[in-house]
Design a protein around this ligand. Sequence first.
Ligand SMILES: N[C@@H](CCC(=O)N[C@@H](CS)C(=O)NCC(=O)O)C(=O)O
Length: 229
Amino acid sequence: MLTIYGVPISVHTRKVIIAARLKNLPFELIPVVPVMPDSLPPHWRQLSPTGMVPALQDGDFTLADSAAICAYLERKWPKPSLLPTDVRHYGHALWLEQYASGTVFRDVVRPLFHELFVHPKVRNTATDQALVGDVLDRVLPEVFGYLERASGNKFLAGDALSVADLAVMSNLTTLQYTGITLDRKRYPKLAALYEQVVRVPEVAEALRSEQPMVQQMGLDGTFLGQLLH
Ligand SMILES: N[C@@H](CCC(=O)N[C@@H](CS)C(=O)NCC(=O)O)C(=O)O
């Protein structure tokens, strides 16, 4: 059985959990929170050289990084495929997965999650309101504007769900847990894509199963409302 190290509310761990669920692969989830030293397994730096989650163990083989892990799962268990066969859609899926992991997470989701949740509710430190304002007013519109233009087809890279959709959906989910909801009027195609991905049964089931942790942590999962029923 596979072992996934990480927590479901982590953007990148969720992507791997859902890829495993979609491929119907049994897995054990070992909770690891990088900022909580007590949660780290003894061999953590061997499993994850960056110290970040997720990491995967498959027998005696270990791998870090959600994109590498999804590519590994895809090659070992190709059905159902999470990477398009059409070469242009394939390239596009890899690009958008990278864009989600890099720009969307680094410049929007991570800073807002830290400032609006980790600082005030976990570390008891003040939120940098100027930083929040800059991300909301300047950075987010540019990044979400790009995602809006990339949306509008059935899925982000062709007609089938791919790692690109999982990566974008996972970022938007963790962001909205902070109380910043996706503006449907400004980003209607992105919002429609988000809802369509969340309604995929394996995605909905994964999101449902993380709700107890969301509530326990004082995050806000109410925006998912009807989507999970
Ligand atoms: N490129 C990595 C990024 C992983 C990542 O940023 N993980 C975050 C949680 S979503 C993390 O471990 N943060 C803790 C830290 O930065 O110390 C991947 O795709 O797995």
